[in-house]
Design a binder for this molecule. Structure first.
Ligand code: UD1
Ligand code: UDP
Length: 373
């Protein structure tokens, strides 16, 4: 397995005592690849017996392979290539596909990360085979069951044996639902990922030059949540809010657009005048865009966390968040999808700085492996 790249060298490859356990690492979408990367790295460092199972929920180059390249990850041993589909079809394919791989590979523990259909289905197939499940990023709650992610994370938490909660607040949410055994507060692996890649991004990414952007002179925007972009009124409102914020703050709005959103903008025939839309970019370029942005507008979970970790103010284009820590430290504000609210929040947040990162010290992946070994 290749472990000699820049990130590998940075992690001081040292011989570790081999463990007898076999670990299955499941991922399927962009944020799972990014947030599992430090766990894969730590498995390599410890010379562990592990395999990576990619469900193929995300498959376009810019949503999948670019992250394996940027993060110098070994290719997945298994790819189910489930692709896109309705919840039932996608979840069903992941359920049967992961079951087959788990029956062949017989891991002792399966790790899943986050709240996607990949997570819920893989956790379910593993637990039904009597394989222990570890949920990375356990205990997040938006208390909004209309979000598919809320259903996925509740189910995953309730069938997991190891629950890796990023913060004490997540531990409390789990306790409120009666889950107290196997809970470890580790921080979020996104901190590990950002720490491991930030300097490399600063050295290697040329994205600001390529796009002709000046630091602190633009707003970085993303939006992809189904409850936002599949709703014409909300999507139109968010785009209008981005436009207003850009005009008022005198900043260009750069919007690397998720494929779901591209589809909806076309379907609803919405105007993107005044917004600079680009294809989604790789992790190093995105980190560089985030680190240099004057303000971030987003409905993404991972982007809320990264903005907070990098010290960049964020306005969240949602009515709720399962990352309340970002609001409590003053790094983030909820604005929903109405243009006027987005504008007010953007004006209130622009220029804010100086909070503590609540998501840990960048050792989450180590703590996770210590706990399961
Ligand atoms: C999924 C997750 C969401 C997560 C997001 C991360 C679920 C229910 N949703 O949402 O929680 O925040 O990933 O980005 O698990 N498409 C492509 N190429 C791809 C992938 C998707 O073109 O590589 C397009 C397809 O038209 C597809 C649409 O995007 O129908 C949505 O993809 P899907 O995986 O269903 O959900 P996401 O919106 O990506
Ligand atoms: N991201 C990226 N390129 C982009 C947009 C986002 O690399 O063009 C990364 C970002 O750094 C974060 C992750 O994608 O780590 C967030 O994924 P997404 O917003 O798709 O999902 P969520 O976190 O909301 O589940």
């Amino acid at each position: 397995m290749d472990d000699g790249g820049v990130i590998g060298k940075m992690l001081h490859m040292s011989p570790a005592i081999p463990s007898k356990m076999k670990l299955g690492i499941v991922l399927g979408t962009r944020p799972e690849i990014i947030k599992m990367a430090p766990v894969v790295r730590e498995c390599q460092r410890r010379r562990m017996d592990f395999f990576v199972l990619h469900t193929g929920q995300h498959y376009s180059y810019s949503m999948d392979k670019v992250f394996f390249n940027d993060l110098e990850l070994p290719g997945a041993e298994h790819n189910l290539e489930v692709g896109s589909g309705t919840h039932g079809v996608q979840t069903g394919k992941i359920l049967s596909g992961t079951e087959k791989v788990f029956m062949d590979e017989r891991p002792n523990v399966v790790l899943v990360q986050g709240d996607t259909n990949t997570v819920m289905a893989a956790a379910l197939s593993a637990t039904k085979l009597g394989i222990k499940v570890g949920h990375v990023e356990a205990g997040l709650r938006s208390f909004d069951r209309s979000m598919p992610e809320e259903i996925n994370r509740i189910i995953a938490d309730h069938i997991s044996d190891y629950l890796f909660a990023p913060t004490e607040a997540s531990r409390r949410y789990l306790a409120d639902e009666g889950i107290t055994n196997g809970v470890f507060v580790t921080g979020n692996t996104i901190v590990d990922a950002v720490f491991q890649a930030k300097d490399i991004a600063a050295r290697r990414s040329n994205v600001l030059n390529d796009l002709g952007l000046r630091p602190k002179d633009y707003i970085l925007a993303t939006a992809h949540r189904a409850e936002n972009v599949d709703n014409r009124t909300r999507l139109e409102g968010m785009i209008e809010g981005m436009r207003k914020a850009g005009d008022e703050l005198g900043m260009e709005v750069l919007f690397p657009m998720h494929p779901r959103t591209v589809g909806r903008v076309k379907e609803f025939d919405l105007s993107l005048d005044g917004i600079r839309v680009i294809e989604p970019v790789g992790f190093l370029d995105f980190l560089s865009l985030e680190s240099n942005a004057g303000l971030i507008l987003s409905d993404s979970g991972g982007v809320q966390e990264e903005a907070c970790i990098l010290g960049i103010p964020c306005v969240t284009l949602r009515d709720n968040t399962e990352r309340p820590e970002t609001i409590e430290v003053g790094a983030n504000m909820l604005a929903g999808a109405e243009p006027q609210k987005i504008l007010s929040a953007a004006k209130a947040m622009a220029g804010r700085q100086g909070w503590e990162n609540p998501f840990g010290d960048g050792t989450a992946s180590r703590q996770i492996l210590d706990a399961i070994i």
